[in-house]
Design a protein around this ligand. Structure first.
Ligand SMILES: [Zn+2]
Length: 164
């Protein structure tokens, strides 16, 4: 069975796809998505579309408008975890997953949840380990405009901030 070193735990390979691999923590069962290839900043990693459109968020949905929360197709993209120093971005206007910086093969793909989520259904404590870690992730609504402006945001989240 293939394993991938993620943080300092040996993650177990669950499913290997063309460009990425779903891995799982052997104890907690938590899943992550690791890139199998390198990407340059600005590369389109994948196109995506709405499998379903829900009016309320779940822990798997991505917000595209005020009462629109999509489940992702291809569904393996829902294994992308949050980081306060993300390397990918879900552009919900172009419906493309974009590399925010150079990504190496075997690197975990992460996105900044508040870049798409205004108010999350479940907040959680972040242990991403980055210097700028926000600790508690609840959605863009709860992040100061000073902090949020350092992140790439969807058109929907930008619109929410303009409303004030
Ligand atoms: Zn964090």
């Amino acid at each position: 069975m293939a394993t991938t070193a993620l943080s300092d735990v040996l993650m177990v390979s669950v499913e290997k796809l063309a460009i990425a691999e779903i891995v799982q923590h052997p104890v907690t069962g938590e899943k992550a998505l690791c890139s199998l290839v390198a990407f340059k900043k600005g590369d389109v990693i994948s196109n995506f579309e709405a499998e379903n459109v829900l009016s309320e968020p779940t822990y798997l949905t991505v917000q595209t408008d005020e009462h629109k929360h999509i489940t992702l197709s291809p569904s393996y993209l829902q294994n992308i975890n949050h980081s306060c120093s993300p390397n990918v971005f879900f552009d919900t206007t172009s419906m493309q997953l974009i590399a925010l910086r150079q990504i190496e093969a075997n690197e975990e793909l992460t996105f900044f949840y508040p870049s798409t989520e205004w108010e999350m259904s479940q907040s959680f404590n972040c242990f991403c380990g980055s210097k700028n870690c926000l600790r508690t992730i609840k959605g863009a609504k709860f992040v100061s405009s000073q902090v949020i402006k350092s992140y790439r945001l969807t058109d929907f989240i930008k619109k929410q901030f303009k409303k004030g």
